[in-house]
Design a protein around this ligand. Structure first.
Ligand code: PEP
Length: 250
C-alpha cells in the first residue's frame, strides 16, 4: 500500500516573515491530516528556518535543486551533502524550469539523482512533456527518455528510494490542470514501464502529479489509482490551499 505524499515547491518565493507565518499556519492546522506525508521545498537560504520551524513535526522539508558535483571549486553550487546538514529529506531534480530555463539535460538530471541518493536524500524526479511534444504525439517518448536516463545510470532498483513527479509542462503555473484521466494515463504508463523491469519497485513507487493543482481539483486527481499525491507550486504558498490539498491526499 503506497502512502500519499504532498510536496510544496516554493520555487523562488518567500521571505523570513512570510515563511514563518506560512509554516506556523501549516503546523497549527495539520492535526487532522495523518494519512499523507507532507513536505515543503523552500529556497536554499531558508532551509535552516524550515528546519527550526519543522523539526519534530510531521512536515518534512527538502531542496529544489543540487549540484551534480562533489564539494569543490564550483562557485554558486550546493552539494547534496550540504543539504543533509540542514536536515533535508528530499531534493527535487529535473524540474521543468531547470530543464528548460537552465538547460539541464536528461543525463545531467540523472547525475543529480545519483548524487542525491549517494547522500541518502530522496530525489523527487520530475518528468513531463511540453505542449508541442504532447500535440506531436511524443508524450510517452519524452517521459520514457527522461526516465531511462536515470535507469541507465543508476539501475531500476534505484527508483525504490525515489519519488517520481509527472508534471506536464503545459500545466505548470498556467492554471491548465491535466484532467484526472490524462494524468492517470501517464502515471499508468510510467508505472507500467518500470514494472516491465521490476514489478516490486513499480508497485511501491510514489508517483506524484504536478501542474496547477489546487484545493478545488486535488481530490479528483488523487482518486486516480496511480496518482499518489502531488507536487504543488503556486498553491503551496497559501496555507489554506496547501492544507486542503493535503487533506485530499488519501
Ligand atoms: C511545480 O512547479 O512543480 C508546479 C507544479 O507548479 P504549479 O502547481 O504552480 O503549477
Amino acid at each position: 500500500m503506497r502512502q500519499s505524499l504532498v510536496v510544496g515547491n516554493w520555487k523562488m518565493n518567500g521571505s523570513i516573515q512570510s515563511n514563518q507565518s506560512l509554516l506556523d499556519s501549516l503546523k497549527q492546522n495539520i492535526g487532522s491530516i495523518q494519512h499523507a506525508e507532507m513536505a515543503v521545498c523552500p529556497p536554499f537560504v531558508y532551509l535552516q528556518q524550515a528546519r527550526q520551524l519543522l523539526e519534530n513535526t510531521v512536515i518534512g522539508w527538502g531542496a529544489q535543486n543540487i549540484s551534480h558535483q562533489n564539494p569543490g571549486a564550483f562557485t554558486g553550487e550546493l552539494a547534496a551533502t550540504m543539504l543533509v546538514d540542514f536536515g533535508c529529506k528530499y531534493v527535487i531534480v529535473g524540474h521543468s524550469e531547470r530543464r528548460n530555463l537552465y538547460g539541464e539535460s536528461d543525463e545531467r538530471v540523472a547525475e543529480k539523482f545519483a548524487k542525491a541518493q549517494s547522500a541518502r536524500l530522496i530525489p523527487i524526479l520530475c518528468v513531463g512533456e511540453l505542449l508541442e511534444e504532447r500535440e506531436a504525439g511524443e508524450m510517452e517518448n519524452v517521459v520514457k527518455r527522461q526516465l531511462d536516463a536515470v535507469i541507465n545510470l543508476q539501475g531500476v532498483a534505484s527508483l525504490a528510494k525515489s519519488v517520481i513527479a509527472y508534471e506536464p509542462v503545459w500545466a505548470i503555473g498556467t492554471g491548465k490542470t491535466a484532467t484526472p484521466q490524462q494524468a492517470q494515463e501517464v502515471h499508468a504508463f510510467i508505472r507500467g514501464r518500470i514494472a516491465e523491469q521490476d514489478a516490486g519497485v513499480a508497485e511501491n513507487l510514489q508517483i506524484l502529479y504536478g501542474g496547477s493543482v489546487k484545493g478545488s481539483n486535488a481530490a479528483e486527481l488523487f482518486t486516480m489509482p496511480d496518482i499518489d499525491g502531488g507536487l504543488i507550486g503556486g498553491a503551496s504558498l497559501k496555507a489554506d490551499e496547501f492544507l486542503t490539498i493535503c487533506q485530499a491526499a488519501r
